[in-house]
Design a protein around this ligand. Structure first.
Ligand code: ASP
Length: 331
């Protein structure tokens, strides 16, 4: 029987009603008590690492999770992390960079309703996660939620309330799980020791463009950050109209050695700055990096991981454009 470690971090799945709303109060052992059937197909231990609403999750917590797994890696066949859904996709992406090429599966799950409610998705999500963690074909970091398995770099919370809260963005689901049966769509071979990383540089800023936004906002914050993701429109471009021109502001950042990455507000299909003049000029003139089909969560986490290893713009570019755990298809 496979040996799995359940790591509890809080979230709705572990929440109880309080006078001030739902708060994470259910501990890891109690979570397991709600899925007694899992003991028929795996042996599970539990670890209470955090107990947070994931609104309060920080990059330091992602490192803590990776280190908790590293410390116990040889003692278990797989790991299941229970997490709040709000920032689950960021954690999944961050762990995909902090733990690379792991033959043992690291599954992240959560729920839209607490596990102690009669009608809840929590028990099925947790059981599915434990089941997937036991199957021989699962490797690396994945999200299991609503009967779907999503690569850790491709998850996005798309619905605030429904049970099918997560989608796989610009990439197929890895598997689906129904009535305890796993149907694999994408499998890969993975052997050897994983690479564990131990730090992140959280000096990454995200700026979402709206029509009329003042580009000089960048000059107020530039000293506080090493990398700027600009979430523009459509396939991508920078406003360049008279006094509201981003081109000169961004050029100044690039000359100072800051990393600037163009992303798109459109969730599906990704960016391609070569299509329109407004994007082409910015890309050619300023040599901006581009998210292309990468999710925003993956781009944020990847930059934090890369910047913890190097600040050299040439190396940052090469690493950002290298595919890790299916995060980037276009090159
Ligand atoms: N606010 C909760 C959290 O992210 C939402 C959830 O878990 O569904 O911790």
């Amino acid at each position: 029987m496979k040996k799995i470690l359940l790591i509890a971090t809080g979230g709705t799945i572990a929440s109880k009603r309080t006078d001030n709303g739902l708060a994470p109060l259910i501990l890891s052992e109690e979570l397991l008590d709600y899925v007694p059937d899992a003991r028929e197909f795996c042996q599970v231990d539990s670890l209470q690492l955090l107990n947070l609403d994931s609104t309060n999750m920080l990059p330091e917590h992602w490192v803590m999770m990776a280190e908790a797994i590293e410390a116990r890696y040889d003692s278990y066949d797989g790991f299941v992390i229970c997490h709040g859904t709000d920032t689950l996709a960021f954690t999944a992406a961050a762990l995909s960079y902090l733990i690379q090429n792991s033959p043992k599966p690291i599954i992240i799950t959560g729920a839209q309703k607490p596990i102690d409610m009669e009608n809840t998705d929590a028990r099925i999500n947790l059981t599915d996660s434990l089941r997937y963690a036991c199957c021989g074909k699962a490797h690396d970091v994945s999200v299991v939620f609503g009967g779907k398995v999503i690569a850790g770099t491709r998850a996005r919370k798309m619905r605030a309330k429904s049970y099918n809260a997560f989608s796989s963005i610009n990439f197929p689901y890895l598997a689906s799980i129904q009535d305890g049966r796993i149907v694999h769509y994408i499998t890969s071979d993975c052997s050897g020791r994983p690479a564990f990383y131990h730090s992140l540089n959280s000096r990454v800023f995200l700026l979402k463009l709206i029509p009329g936004i003042q580009p000089d906002i960048l000059s107020f914050i530039e000293d506080r950050y090493d990398a700027f993701i600009i979430e523009g429109y459509g396939v991508g471009g920078l406003p360049d109209d008279g006094e509201r021109s981003f081109l000169s502001e961004v050029e100044r950042l690039v000359q100072k050695g800051k990393i600037v990455v163009m992303a798109t507000q459109v969730i599906h299909e990704g960016s391609d700055m070569t299509v329109y003049e407004v994007g082409h000029l910015a890309k050619e003139k300023l040599g901006l990096l581009e998210c292309r089909d990468m999710t925003l969560e993956a781009a944020v986490a990847k930059l934090m991981w890369i910047l913890s290893l190097t600040g050299d713009p040439v190396r940052v570019r090469a690493m950002f454009n290298t595919t890790i755990r299916y995060d980037l298809l276009f090159s």
